[in-house]
Design a protein around this ligand. Structure first.
Ligand code: G3P
Ligand code: CA
Length: 269
């Protein structure tokens, strides 16, 4: 792994806050980023999609109804696809009340707002391009915004940013557009296919239920697109015993809604 020793004492996995510290604050909001920072967590994961008028926003589902009050604000707009709403409409939504009253009024962040918050907190970002087939060209749009916000400078690219997707074509497109940027493929490709993925990615990021010692060893045995062993960031690990089991396999990162629980599980290993 290419993290500094200070980040991975004793080679324990990095801890990444999934959708921010999403067990404690509404997922994919600035509050969830701040909650991760409060807990001392350096890495946050998020999901990026695009509005009808081309704004990049941070949202997991492809519809707005689970994590906002869109059904009340726009009752006639079912099924509330992200891609059917303008940025100004999304900005009117409450993305906190569904989680708890104490977060009432939290907004769906634009990618720009999100990058500024993560940067101000001196945190690092695992950015997922969510369902890119719905958003042609989102890879270039995302890279443009990252560039505008100063996230494609050498320091950022070396150690503060990874772009991942379940869609291999999207990961490959990111690599082609900006070869210096670190990338991850979300999934568990067959061992025999890893070399194909390594043409455009640095990481293989599997669901923890598919992770075995043998698989992690097989991934690490292949060099990624930047010439270092492919890394493994696994998701979504929400309890201490599973976190310890994953650490035993040698994964490089653990993505979790409970980053404090996972971090403490590592400390007591
Ligand atoms: O980063 C891994 C994880 O976020 C992938 O699943 O559905 O939470 O985006 P999902
Ligand atoms: Ca995600």
């Amino acid at each position: 792994a290419n993290a500094t020793p200070a980040e991975r004492p004793g080679d324990t996995p990095l801890v990444l806050a999934h959708r921010g510290a999403s067990a404690y604050a509404p997922e994919n909001t600035l509050a969830a980023v701040d909650k991760a920072a409060e807990l001392g967590i350096r890495w946050v994961e998020n999901d990026v999609q695009r509005t009808r008028d081309g704004e990049l926003i941070v949202m997991h589902d492809t519809t707005l109804d689970r994590t906002t009050d869109v059904e009340e604000v726009f009752p006639d707009r079912a099924p509330w696809n992200v891609s059917d709403f303008s940025a100004a409409e999304v900005a009117r939504l409450d993305a906190g009340s569904w989680f708890s009253d104490s977060y009432a009024g939290a907004r769906v962040p634009t990618l720009r707002q999100y990058l500024r918050k993560v940067g101000a907190n001196h945190q690092k970002l695992l950015l997922e391009i969510k369902r890119p087939a719905l958003y042609p060209g989102i890879e270039a749009d995302t890279l443009e915004e990252l560039g505008n916000e100063g996230w494609l400078g050498r320091g950022h690219v070396r150690s503060k940013l990874v772009i991942q997707s379940f869609d291999a074509e999207s990961v490959s497109a990111v690599h082609s557009l900006k070869p210096a940027v670190k990338t991850g493929f979300l999934g568990t490709p067959a061992v025999g296919e890893l070399r194909e993925y390594a043409r455009f990615t640095d990481q293989i990021n599997p669901n923890y239920a598919t992770v075995t010692q043998e698989y992690v060893d097989a991934v690490h045995a292949v060099k990624g697109v930047h010439g270092k062993p492919l890394e493994v960031f696994t998701w979504t690990v929400n309890d201490a015993p599973t976190a310890r089991a994953m650490a035993e396999t040698g994964v490089d990162g653990i993505i979790t809604n409970y980053p404090d629980v996972v971090r403490d599980a590592m400390a007591h290993e």
